[in-house]
Ligand binder design. Structure first.
Ligand SMILES: NC(=O)c1ccc[n+]([C@@H]2O[C@H](COP(=O)([O-])OP(=O)(O)OC[C@H]3O[C@@H](n4cnc5c(N)ncnc54)[C@H](O)[C@@H]3O)[C@@H](O)[C@H]2O)c1
Length: 257
């Protein structure tokens, strides 16, 4: 699918990858780019900025309905807003935080799909670009909630991809590793980002997303080494766990039983 002439909604568009996706879609000739975020400051010039909390289904529905009535349709919905809460010890789990992150990183993708799919199916075409993460395929140290929710995000995207494909709907899961955005600074504080094998700019990730959608690839890997890691994990999972154990040990000290 080409983004040219498309009506595109992007959540999390006030920062990092979302803002870069907005710029890339405008450069690629999108008819309209609607940026949605908790705040409108920081959205790229040329985006229609809209305040939206993606954990609220009523606000996602309003966003989609307002776009449909102003532009006639939604061609592409980029569910990109996300949060990373560092932490590794389930013994200290704060389940209110788990639920908040679950709503942002997973449920918002399902809510967006519920809101846009009827119109897309009626027209026989539409694209869902769901920003997951390499952490949705490969668990990463220090990121217990993120690893869990991003795996769920990939699972949901895969389910949507094979269920609605015959109605003309295409789905991609964008799976970057490290990207230099405010989110990564969260991880910098724990030291875990130092172990990342290659950090890209948000603009490089957005360019990979546009190319991936052009080829209608399900998994989009802006960092090519993620595909190699994924293959190596799938074929030698126990060996993979040993590698992860030594990485995680740099952050954890569970003490003696
Ligand atoms: N930065 C990385 O290293 C990296 C790597 C892989 C995947 N990702 C994913 O990319 C996506 C974008 O992350 P980023 O790095 O640009 O982070 P970021 O922190 O720069 O931007 C995230 C944006 O999401 C918005 N947001 C958060 N909660 C929201 C809510 N409830 N409603 C609406 N908007 C909300 C924030 O206001 C912010 O503008 C996320 O899904 C993230 O998990 C990031």
């Amino acid at each position: 699918m080409e983004v040219n002439d498309k009506v595109v909604i992007i959540t999390g568009a006030a920062s990092g990858i979302g803002a870069a996706l907005g710029r890339a879609c405008l450069t690629a000739g999108a008819r309209a780019v609607i940026g949605a975020d908790l705040r409108t400051a920081g959205m790229p010039q040329g985006c229609e900025a809209r305040q939206c909390d993606v954990t609220r289904e009523d606000q996602i529905v309003d966003l989609v309905r307002a776009t449909e009535s102003r532009h006639g349709r939604v061609d592409v919905f980029c569910s990109n807003a996300g949060v990373l809460t560092p932490g590794w010890d389930v013994r200290e789990a704060d389940f209110a935080l788990w639920e908040r992150d679950w709503r942002i990183n997973v449920l918002s993708h399902a809510m967006a799909a519920k809101a846009v799919l009827p119109g897309m199916i009626e027209r026989g075409e539409g694209y869902l670009l769901n920003t997951a993460s390499a952490g949705g395929l490969l668990a990463a140290p220090e990121t217990m909630i993120y690893t869990t929710t991003k795996h769920a995000a990939v699972g949901l995207a895969e389910f949507l991809a094979f269920t609605y494909r015959r109605y003309g709907i295409r789905v991609s899961a964008l799976c970057p590793m490290g990207v230099r955005t405010p989110m990564l600074e969260n991880l910098d504080a724990t030291g875990a980002s130092a172990g990342l094998d290659g950090v890209l700019s948000a603009d490089e990730v957005a360019a990979a997303a546009i190319a991936g959608m052009r080829e209608e690839r399900f998994l989009i890997f802006p960092h090519p080494n993620v595909a190699d890691y994924y293959l190596s994990k799938a074929t030698r999972h126990d060996k993979w766990l040993k590698t992860m154990e030594s990485l995680q040990a740099q952050f954890t000290d569970v003490g003696q039983p």
